[in-house]
Design a protein around this ligand. Structure first.
Ligand code: ADP
Ligand code: MG
Length: 249
């Protein structure tokens, strides 16, 4: 499908965000088409999490326009709920409910929000626990799993809502090195199935493999964006070059 024939999944137009007097997002513009995979990188404090959190309204932006699947994010609660139910989010800290089993973590939202029956939701959850290759962990509690397994549960939980777009905010940063691979492999297979993805990560092997576009942020702005090869080898901005030299890919 040509780019022109593909609908916009996420659209940020001149988006601003303040925390008190601090200007965290400054005129951010970003368009992500259905099926596109965008990797966001940049130094700590550059606004990556803020941007991701504004896309599913965990933070409210205070200037500009954000549209998700064509719906503008405003204070209208019904719309926000509708948008959120179609946006999967995976955080650095897995944010699983500790007092619920893996299976319950996955069935909760489909039951409450989609109105699925217990058995229907469990069938769905098992399908996605197979998908992330940990069906045998279904009846355990999160603290009985490794970090890599917990993060795969978090991905399965998000997939149970049949999201149109998945947002990842440094999903491997809290993991021991030997567990990074299994989570990245899960993300790669998701990408290869055509999921629309916006991923904040500094895993440049992942970016090289799946990103259609790499976005570099600094001080609340998108400084530069482009294909991964171009960004790695011939960035236009000095700041982008300095960043990539620093993180080594
Ligand atoms: P990144 O994810 O790129 O590290 P963040 O989006 O988390 O950056 O933060 C961008 C800037 O906004 C940082 O300077 C951070 O301290 C500030 N910030 C983030 N969240 C808040 C908040 N809830 N209140 C005040 N300042 C915040
Ligand atoms: Mg962050």
């Amino acid at each position: 499908m040509t780019a022109a024939a593909t609908a916009l999944s996420v659209e940020l137009i001149d988006v601003h965000k303040h925390y008190g007097t601090f200007h965290a997002l400054k005129a951010v513009n970003l368009s992500v088409r259905e099926g596109e995979k965008v990797v966001v990188c940049g130094p700590s404090g550059s606004g990556k999490s803020t941007m991701i959190r504004c896309i599913n309204r965990l933070e409210a932006h205070d200037g500009g326009t954000i549209r998700v699947n064509g719906v503008e994010l405003t204070d209208a609660v019904k719309r926000i709920d509708a948008v959120r139910s179609e946006v999967g989010m995976v955080f650095q800290q897995f944010n699983l409910f500790p007092h619920r089993t893996v299976l319950d973590n996955c069935t909760l939202a489909p039951r409450l929000i989609r109105g699925l029956s217990k058995s229907g939701a469990e069938d769905l959850a098992m399908k996605f626990l197979h998908r992330v290759r940990i069906p045998e962990q279904a009846l355990k509690y999160p603290n009985q799993l490794s970090g890599g397994q917990q993060q795969r549960v978090a991905i399965a939980r998000a997939l149970c809502m049949n999201p149109k777009v998945m947002l990842f905010d440094e999903p491997t940063s809290a993991l021991d090195p030997e567990m990074v691979r299994e989570v990245l492999d899960t993300m790669i297979s998701l990408a290869e199935e055509g999921m629309t993805m916006i991923c904040v990560t500094h895993e440049m092997s992942f970016a090289r493999r799946v990103a259609d576009r790499l976005v570099f942020m600094e001080a609340g702005q998108i400084v530069e964006e482009g294909g991964p090869e171009q960004m790695f080898t011939a960035p236009v901005q000095d700041r982008t070059r300095a960043f990539f030299n620093q993180i080594q890919h």
